[in-house]
Design a binder for this molecule. Structure first.
Ligand SMILES: C[S@@+](CC[C@H](N)C(=O)[O-])C[C@H]1O[C@@H](n2cnc3c(N)ncnc32)[C@H](O)[C@@H]1O
Length: 379
C-alpha cells in the first residue's frame, strides 16, 4: 500500500496542481506534524488521534480541509470554524499561482497551522518568510510545530490586514483568509512588479481568488479566478445568524408578490451569483430547506445595515403560478436582485474571470474587462 503522504503528492502531481519546483517541498513537509491531536473533519465530526490514530493519520493526508479551531478557541461556542489547514490541492494551486521563486520575500496572512508557512520556508528559506496570525495561541502553536519540523520563518501575532512593515518590502503577499476589501497596506508593502494573491468575496458570494500585480504607480490591479471559499479575515467577517436576527415576518409585516424566477438561475449559477454580489454589497443570502424536503425551501436575502429582508418561497406544486416573495424594510432586496441578475444577463453573462479589481490608497474599484467599465467601488 502506498503511504498516505506519497499518495497525496502523487494525487497533486496528477491533478496538475504541483509545479516541478514545489514538488520537493510537498514531499518533505509532513502535513500531520502541523495538525492538533483533535480536529474536525469537513462533515463536522471530531477526529481524535488518541481514539483512532489510523483515521487521524489518513485524514491528515486526504485532499480535504481540516478544521483546527472553532469559535476563535472559545469553549462551548456555536461551532463556527475559525481556523483550518486548507485543502492540500488548494494550497498547491495557490502556491502555483503565487509565482514565487527562491530569492523572493513573502508575507503570508493567516498562519493557521503553519503548514503553508513551512512549504514557503522550504522553498525560499526561513529568512524570506514572514507569516502573521491574529490568534496568539494559534501563532504560538504554529511556531512550535514549525520549529519541530525544522523551520523558523518569522511568525508574528497581529492583524494581517495591516501587513508587517518591519519586513517590507515583500515580493509577494499571500493571504489564506478571505477579504471583501484588499487592504492597501498590502499594496504599500510590496515592491513594484510584486504580487498579491488572496481569496476574495462579497457577503453574497464567497468566493474567488484575486490575483493582483502591484504597479509603480502605487496601485494593484488584476483579475478574479478560481472557485474557493475561505474563512474571512477576522475584521471583515460577515454577520452570522442573520435570518434568526433580522427576519420576523409575523411582527414586522411585509409586501408579498410572485415571481417566475427560480433561485437556481441567479444564485445557483456561480458566475451570476458572483456578479450579483458585486452589485448588492453587504447583502447576504441564506437557503433553508423545509424539514426532510429537497424541493421545498426558502431563500432569504438580508441586509443587516438597514434590517431589510426578502424571502423567496420555493414549493414544487406552486411552479405554475410562480413563487411567493415577501419583502420588508427600506430596501426591496428581491427587486434589487432581479435588477442585478438582468444586468449580468445584459452584459452577456460574463464569467467571474472577466471581472477584476484595482486597489489604490483611495478605493477598491471592481470592473468588467477593464477599468473603463466600473461595476462597483468601495472606500
Ligand atoms: C484557513 S486558515 C489558514 C491556513 C494556514 N495558512 C495553514 O497553512 O494552515 C485562516 C487563518 O487566518 C487567520 N486570520 C483571520 N483573520 C486574520 C487577520 N486579520 N490577520 C491574521 N490572521 C488572520 C485565522 O485565525 C486562521 O488561522
Amino acid at each position: 500500500m502506498i503511504p498516505p503522504h506519497e499518495k497525496l503528492v502523487a494525487h497533486l502531481v496528477q491533478a496538475g496542481d504541483l509545479p516541478r519546483h514545489w514538488r520537493t517541498a510537498f514531499e518533505q513537509v509532513e502535513r500531520h506534524r502541523f495538525l492538533p491531536d483533535r480536529f474536525t473533519d469537513p462533515d463536522g465530526a471530531t477526529v481524535d488521534r488518541a481514539r483512532d490514530e489510523d483515521r487521524w493519520f489518513t485524514l491528515a493526508y486526504d485532499d480535504i480541509p481540516v478544521i483546527t479551531q472553532l469559535d476563535d478557541g472559545a469553549e462551548d461556542g456555536p461551532g463556527y470554524p475559525t481556523s483550518s489547514a486548507s485543502q492540500p490541492s488548494i494550497v498547491a494551486d495557490m502556491l502555483r499561482r503565487l509565482d514565487v521563486f527562491p530569492g523572493m520575500r513573502v508575507l503570508e496572512v493567516g498562519t493557521g497551522t503553519g503548514y503553508n508557512a513551512a512549504l514557503l520556508a522550504h522553498l525560499l528559506g526561513d529568512e524570506e518568510v514572514t507569516s502573521i496570525e491574529v490568534d496568539a495561541e494559534l501563532a504560538e502553536l504554529a511556531r512550535v510545530r514549525l520549529m519541530s519540523a525544522g523551520f523558523t520563518p518569522l511568525v508574528v501575532t497581529g492583524d494581517g490586514t495591516q501587513g508587517w512593515p518591519a519586513r517590507a518590502p515583500f515580493d509577494r503577499v499571500i493571504s489564506t483568509a478571505a477579504v471583501q476589501r484588499v487592504p492597501y497596506h498590502w499594496v504599500a508593502q510590496i515592491r513594484p512588479g510584486g504580487k498579491i494573491l488572496t481569496p476574495w468575496g462579497s457577503a453574497f458570494h464567497n468566493g474567488v481568488l484575486a490575483d493582483l500585480r502591484v504597479g509603480s504607480d502605487g496601485t494593484a490591479c488584476g483579475r478574479f479566478d478560481g472557485d474557493v471559499a475561505f474563512m474571512w479575515v477576522r475584521h471583515q467577517r460577515v454577520p452570522r445568524r442573520v435570518v434568526e436576527t433580522y427576519v420576523h415576518p409575523e411582527r414586522q409585516g411585509f409586501e408579498s408578490t410572485r415571481t417566475e424566477l427560480h433561485p437556481y438561475e441567479p444564485i445557483g449559477d456561480f458566475d451570476a451569483s458572483f456578479a450579483i454580489g458585486l452589485r448588492m454589497p453587504g447583502v447576504l443570502n441564506r437557503l433553508e430547506f423545509a424539514e426532510g424536503e429537497e424541493q421545498r425551501f426558502t431563500v432569504y436575502l438580508v441586509d443587516p445595515d438597514t434590517g431589510s429582508w426578502a424571502s423567496w418561497h420555493i414549493a414544487p406544486e406552486r411552479q405554475g403560478s410562480g413563487y411567493e416573495v415577501r419583502q420588508h424594510g427600506p430596501r426591496q432586496l428581491f427587486v434589487e436582485l432581479e435588477a442585478a441578475y438582468r444586468w449580468w444577463r445584459r452584459q452577456g453573462r460574463p464569467e467571474h474571470t472577466r471581472f477584476g479589481l484595482t486597489v489604490s490608497a483611495e478605493h477598491q474599484l471592481i470592473w468588467l474587462d477593464n477599468e473603463t467599465s466600473p461595476v462597483a467601488s468601495t472606500p
